[in-house]
Design a protein around this ligand. Structure first.
Ligand SMILES: O=c1ccn([C@H]2C[C@H](O)[C@@H](COP(=O)(O)O)O2)c(=O)[nH]1
Length: 209
C-alpha cells in the first residue's frame, strides 16, 4: 500500500473508533454542544508542562507523556472534524493530506502554540500544527495509530468501569492506568486483527478489583 493509502485507512479507522467512543460517553454526543476546542487547548497546556518551558527551573522533557497528550488531543481533534458535517471520506482525505505535511517549524513550543491558538481563536483542529508537533516528537502516523488504538481502548475500559460515576480506580497496584497501558501495548502485537480485544482483556486482568 502507498503511504497515503495506509494513512487513509488508519485515519478512517480512527474516525470510526472516535465516533464509537463518543457514543459510549453519550449517544447524543453530536447534539450536546461539547466544547472539543477547549479540551484541545487544555491538553496543549498539559502537554507543554510535560515538555518543559520554565526558564527559571531545571526541567527535563518527558517524551512518552508528551506523546500521550498528543494522542488525547487527537481524540478531540477527530471529534471536532466529525462535527464539521463533511462526509467521513472527505474528512479522512483532508486529514491524511494535512497530517503528512509538515512545515519547517523546529521549535516544539511554537508548533504547540499554533495548535492551541487555532483551538482558541477558530475553535478548530489545526492538523498541520499537529503534524509539526508529532514530527518534532519523533512520532509518525503508524506510531500515532498504535497509541491511539491503545488509548481509545483504555477510554472504553474506563467508561465500562465507572469513570463517569467516580468509582473508577486510576492507580493500579501503584501504577497509573496510562503507564499500565503503555506497558501492555508494547507487549502485544498492534497489527493483530484482534489487538483491541487482546488489549481490553489484558487491561481487565491488570485492573485491581
Ligand atoms: O467524549 C469523549 C470524552 C473523552 N474522550 C477521551 C479523549 C482522551 O483520550 C481522554 C481524556 O480523558 P481524561 O484523562 O482527561 O479524563 O478521553 C473521548 O474520546 N471522547
Amino acid at each position: 500500500m502507498s503511504d497515503l493509502l495506509t494513512a487513509n485507512n488508519q485515519i478512517s479507522q480512527m474516525l470510526s473508533m472516535q465516533d464509537a467512543m463518543n457514543s459510549r460517553v453519550s449517544e447524543t454526543w453530536r447534539d450536546n454542544g461539547y466544547e472539543w476546542y477547549r479540551a484541545i487547548w487544555v491538553e496543549c497546556a498539559e502537554m507543554l508542562d510535560h515538555h518543559g518551558w520554565k526558564w527559571w527551573k531545571h526541567q527535563e522533557i518527558d517524551v512518552a507523556q508528551v506523546q500521550l497528550e498528543l494522542v488525547d488531543i487527537f481524540h478531540f481533534g477527530l471529534s471536532l472534524r466529525l462535527m464539521t458535517g463533511a462526509s467521513v471520506a472527505n474528512i479522512t482525505e483532508k486529514l491524511a493530506n494535512e497530517l503528512t505535511q509538515t512545515t519547517d517549524e523546529s521549535d516544539f513550543k511554537l508548533a504547540l502554540e499554533q495548535l492551541a491558538s487555532s483551538a482558541v481563536t477558530d475553535k478548530a483542529f489545526n492538523a498541520n500544527a499537529f503534524a509539526d508537533c508529532m514530527h518534532l516528537m519523533s512520532m509518525d502516523l503508524d506510531e500515532l495509530f498504535r497509541q491511539y488504538v491503545g488509548k481509545n481502548t483504555l477510554n472504553f475500559f474506563r467508561q465500562d468501569h465507572g469513570y463517569k460515576d467516580g468509582s473508577y480506580i486510576k492507580i493500579w497496584h501503584g501504577e497509573e492506568d496510562n503507564e499500565v497501558l503503555a506497558r501492555l501495548v508494547k507487549q502485544l502485537d498492534a497489527s493483530a486483527s484482534d489487538f483491541q480485544q487482546q488489549l481490553y482483556n489484558a487491561l481487565e486482568q491488570a485492573y485491581p478489583n
